[in-house]
Write a protein that binds this ligand. Structure first.
Ligand SMILES: C[S@@+](CC[C@H](N)C(=O)[O-])C[C@H]1O[C@@H](n2cnc3c(N)ncnc32)[C@H](O)[C@@H]1O
Ligand SMILES: [Mg+2]
Length: 927
């Protein structure tokens, strides 16, 4: 089972990972079996709503795969099926039939609870399940809809239309009416089953209503859902939205969690639905002029769309209520305005002290730091640094001072006092109030550390937070002393964070005062820009600045601190306008003419390709942030696409010395490319070292045929052409990327036309190296450099097998990154970014890598492969040293065939396509 070596379908674990990501957690326990030396393993798999336990297996992996398989069974997903679209349709039909069977009615499935709830209502809609419910809550139907069209994820209406179409095939069994988007069983359920269900309790759930106002700005209000016993909760949500019943609802995917961990969804009104139409068919997010003609006669709801990542039109309700696998009762939690705004800011308060990409402080912080061992998550100091980086502030400045020690009796007294006063301390006062109160000997909590330490000195720490331009934002000098310096620092950090937290809590609670939330996250940025300007009062309540503060003027004196490193790829949305009339006295504002705009543009930082003003601002921003600045610099070099400028714009630019106004939003940052990092760390760059290593081995051999599997743009082939004649006569490259092959062909073309070499034939094949092609069987040397990590792990296993058991080269060289070496690469300033998601991604060297192996993992893969195919294998590498931890940067395995006796006859198959070819006899190429 491990590795899924012989088929291309995903393993159960991979399917679980695809569906649940990090929300799936495996815990394997060793089971002792009497009379057996080796232990056996059992795996507990915890999914968000249920858990399963595997049987016992000899290996951990088998136990995990088995647990994953059990979970998939429970979810109704069968990963081993290689499903066609037709089968997917059949499966949906069968699944709908099953959902409306007597058996399913009692099932422990969220959908079962919906069915039961609808059967408890009175009236004509009794037993009718909304299409949106079936589409949203049945994993099997959802997965089959994805086979039909992968974009169902973005478009709930598409899935609903598939369910309706499939249900139409069950006309003897299910009632489908095109006007009522719900399904009902034709024959009534046996009364005995239905009567067995009790009514749930009456509950009240706080939710958030985002109303689309005609002005285009949504009004966000709290709303209470009164779910009285015997009523279907979705009918109540529908009524609140002014709809007849739940059949008119669209239910979004889940997107965030309340502080207690309940998942939220957006509920909105369904537009007209017909079996083969989806919102995509109607057109994407409509722009104003399209609105009239669109089926979405309701305006786009920016806030609701932003939080759930799907297009929502018209009024919407955000609520955390629904049925789950955990129980048959309705689960619910309140979604307050505050938690809604937190979600708007990209925060998911699903764990304390958790920072998300644009987050401030996601949840309540504990009031004091005691010991590292009892602290969950990043330490306060790290958090404060992270916070400052995210908020464009300077790194916190800590000043530690020491003080005479108090006698032990005082300490004992103060500990008692601390316990008594815990409640006072936790009420999030402004930290400055602590300043100078050094008699509250806030020693660390003795609960966790029974032994009282003998103090030799006491430490106190002050922390200053400054803006990038060195304006003081917060001066926090808690009076407490601590035994350890680090505790003083951690506690000072915590106090500062608590202060920021309460500051932003105020903003959330009172949007009128702090900011008015406009489209999406816009104002959030506005708030942050104010912080950049350093107008942040240190111990006063924040006041709304005048509208001019929305602009972040480029201040020449401001110290520029680049936080996005050179080599990163950034994506921005920007516009540049020129002021054409500055008659402030008459109009109060100046007129602007748009020169240039771009909704999404990518550029590499530091290579001179971008307008320097824009680049210098962008590299100081955080992802999602918006900045607007005016520059008075002359126009040369400023205009982004001068060639496209109109005559008028050009004349404006030359005549008017006045400012160009830039608006820019930073959409995303990708870390420095693997190539760049490797080039910075290694001279010559690691790519060259790898190729050099392979070339040396090739030269040592007397090989005449070589194939480079996954040749990319042909770096190895190129080096081989440059070598003083080798024994090679025939070389070939195979790759799946047409683009890379085209570059390789171009390079080979020019090299072969120039230089002398021994080669007789050079070919490029377009094909997947996971497939065997008999033309390349039995070659002398095969290379596969930096390829395996670009495929799924399962496929890497499959590739190894295909290479050694089918292609059977005499020598095979495989290279791949050594994951353990990343910690050295990541120490580089290239990786020091304020963008958390970036550092996450940087755990692997390249976002395109599906995995990176440690030396042990690579060793296992290669050794097993060599053994089962009668090859020997040696390990080596390039970059760094093999004898020093953590080994080489790039690890290399060299496989040599042990004997030829085992070579089997191969079947003739030629799936690769020759896309470029050169032969010496003709001395020419064919395309
Ligand atoms: C990082 S590049 C390495 C290129 C080259 N070997 C080198 O060292 O410069 C990885 C290459 O593997 C190719 N690749 C990935 N999966 C493949 C597959 N299944 N069949 C053929 N090529 C594949 C990619 O298209 C890409 O060109
Ligand atoms: Mg790679």
């Amino acid at each position: 089972m491990a590795g899924g070596e012989n088929n291309q379908a995903l393993s159960p674990k991979a399917t679980i990972h695809q569906t649940f990501g990090v929300k799936a957690s495996y815990r394997t326990e060793q089971v002792r079996v009497p009379c057996q030396n080796a232990g056996l393993y059992r795996c507990h798999l915890q999914l968000p709503e249920f858990s399963v336990i595997s049987n016992v297996f000899k290996t951990k992996n088998d136990a995990e795969q088995s647990a994953a398989e059990l979970a998939l069974e429970k979810l109704g997903i069968h990963p081993q099926d290689d499903i066609t679209v037709e089968q997917a349709w059949d499966d949906i039909v069968q699944r709908i039939k099953y959902i409306f069977s007597d058996e399913f009615l009692s099932a422990d499935h969220p959908l079962g609870s919906h069915l039961r709830a609808t059967l408890q209502t009175d009236g004509e809609r009794r037993g009718s399940v909304p299409l949106s419910v079936i589409a949203a809550f049945d994993a099997k139907i959802n997965s089959r809809c994805k086979v039909i069209n992968p974009s169902v994820d973005q478009d709930p209406i598409l899935a609903m239309s598939y369910v309706m179409k499939a249900a139409a095939k069950l006309s003897d069994y299910i009632v489908v009416s095109p006007h009522v988007a719900s399904l009902r069983r034709k024959n009534p359920y046996p009364p005995a089953i239905v009567e067995a269900f009790g009514h749930g309790e009456s509950i009240q759930v706080e939710a958030v209503y985002t109303k689309c106002a005609t002005s285009g700005e949504e009004v966000v209000d709290p709303v209470t859902l009164d779910i009285s016993s015997g009523r279907y909760y979705l009918d109540i949500i529908a009524k609140k939205l002014g709809l007849k019943d739940s059949s008119q609802l669209i239910i979004s995917r889940t997107f965030g969690k309340t502080s207690s961990g309940y998942e939220c969804r957006v509920y909105s009104a369904i537009p007209k639905l017909s079996p083969d139409k989806s919102s995509k068919a109607y057109g994407k997010r409509p722009v104003d002029e399209e609105d009239q003609s669109s089926h979405f006669n309701k305006p786009w709801n920016a806030k609701a769309s932003y939080v759930c990542g799907q297009d929502i039109h018209g009024d919407a309700i955000v609520a955390a209520v629904g049925y789950s696998w955990r129980s048959n009762d309705l689960e619910h939690d309140d979604v307050t305005l505050k938690s809604f705004y937190r979600m708007c800011c990209g925060m998911s308060p699903n764990g304390i002290y958790k920072f998300s990409r644009q987050a401030l402080i996601a949840a309540q912080l504990p009031f004091s730091f005691t010991t590292k061992s009892t602290w969950r998550g990043p330490l306060p100091r790290e958090m404060l640094s992270m916070f400052c980086r995210q908020q464009q502030l300077s790194e916190p400045v800590f000043t530690v001072s020491t003080a005479p020690v108090k006698p032990l009796s005082d300490i004992l007294r103060s500990i008692k006092k601390l316990k008594d006063s815990e409640s006072d301390d936790s009420n999030h006062q402004c930290v400055n109030e602590y300043a100078g109160s050094d008699d509250s000997y806030n020693h660390y909590n003795s609960k966790d550390e029974e032994e009282l330490p003998v103090l030799e000195s006491g430490y106190r720490c002050e922390v200053k937070i400054l803006s990038k331009s060195q304006d003081l934002v917060l001066d926090c000098s808690p009076g407490s002393f601590y035994e350890k310096e680090s505790h003083a620092v951690q506690n000072a950090s915590l106090k500062a964070l608590t202060w920021f937290s309460s500051f932003f809590d105020d903003l959330d609670a009172d949007p009128e005062q702090g900011c008015c939330y406009t489209k999406g996250q816009m104002n959030w940025m506005f708030t942050r820009n104010i912080m950049i300007k350093g107008k942040f009062p240190s111990n006063k309540r924040y006041e709304q600045p005048k509208s001019e503060s929305k602009r972040m003027y480029m201040d020449s004196k401001r110290k520029r601190v680049q936080t996005i490193p050179n080599g990163s790829l950034v994506s921005i949305c920007y516009s540049v306008s020129v002021e054409v009339d500055s008659d402030f006295s008459k109009t109060g504002k100046c007129l602007k003419e748009l020169i240039e705009s771009n909704v999404e543009m990518e550029f590499e930082v530091g290579n001179g390709s971008m307008n320097p003003h824009l680049e210098s601002v962008v590299t100081q921003m955080a992802v999602g942030q918006y900045a607007c600045f005016v520059t008075n610099s002359p126009a040369e070099g400023l205009v982004l696409a001068a060639a496209n400028d109109t005559v008028r714009t050009r004349s404006l630019l030359s005549e008017i010395p006045a400012g160009l106004e830039y608006s820019v939003r930073l959409l995303g940052v990708k870390g420095p490319s693997e190539k760049r990092v490797e080039a910075v760390f290694f001279k010559p760059p690691l790519t060259k070292k790898r190729v050099g290593y392979a070339v040396e081995l090739i030269k040592e051999s007397s090989a005449s045929t070589l194939v480079d599997f996954g040749c990319g743009s042909g770096s190895l082939l190129e080096s081989l052409l440059e070598e003083v004649p080798t024994s090679l006569q025939t070389i070939a490259g195979v790759d799946i990327s047409q683009k890379a092959l085209a570059r390789a062909a171009k390079m080979l073309d020019s090299k072969l036309n120039k230089g002398a070499c021994n080669l007789k034939s050079v070919k490029l094949y377009d094909g997947s190296i996971l497939e065997f092609d008999s033309r390349l069987h039995g070659i002398d040397i095969a290379t596969c450099l930096e390829v395996i990590e670009h495929m799924e792990e399962d496929e890497a296993f499959q590739l190894g097998k295909t290479l050694l058991s089918l292609f059977r080269p005499k020598l095979l060289i495989v290279s791949t990154p050594n994951y353990e070496y990343n910690r050295i690469l990541h120490k580089s300033s290239l990786f020091h970014s304020k963008d958390k998601s970036m550092s996450q991604r940087c755990k692997l060297r390249n976002p395109d890598h599906k995995f990176e192996w440690t030396r042990a993992q690579f060793n296992r893969w290669a050794s097993k492969l060599a053994k089962s195919n009668n090859y020997s294998v040696e390990f080596s590498g390039v970059g760094g040293s093999g004898n020093v931890e953590p080994g080489f940067a790039s690890q290399i395995a060299v496989f040599r065939v042990k004997s030829f006796s085992g070579v089997k006859k191969v079947s003739m198959q030629q799936p690769y396509k020759v896309i470029w070819e050169w032969t010496r006899a003709e001395g020419e190429k064919r395309n």
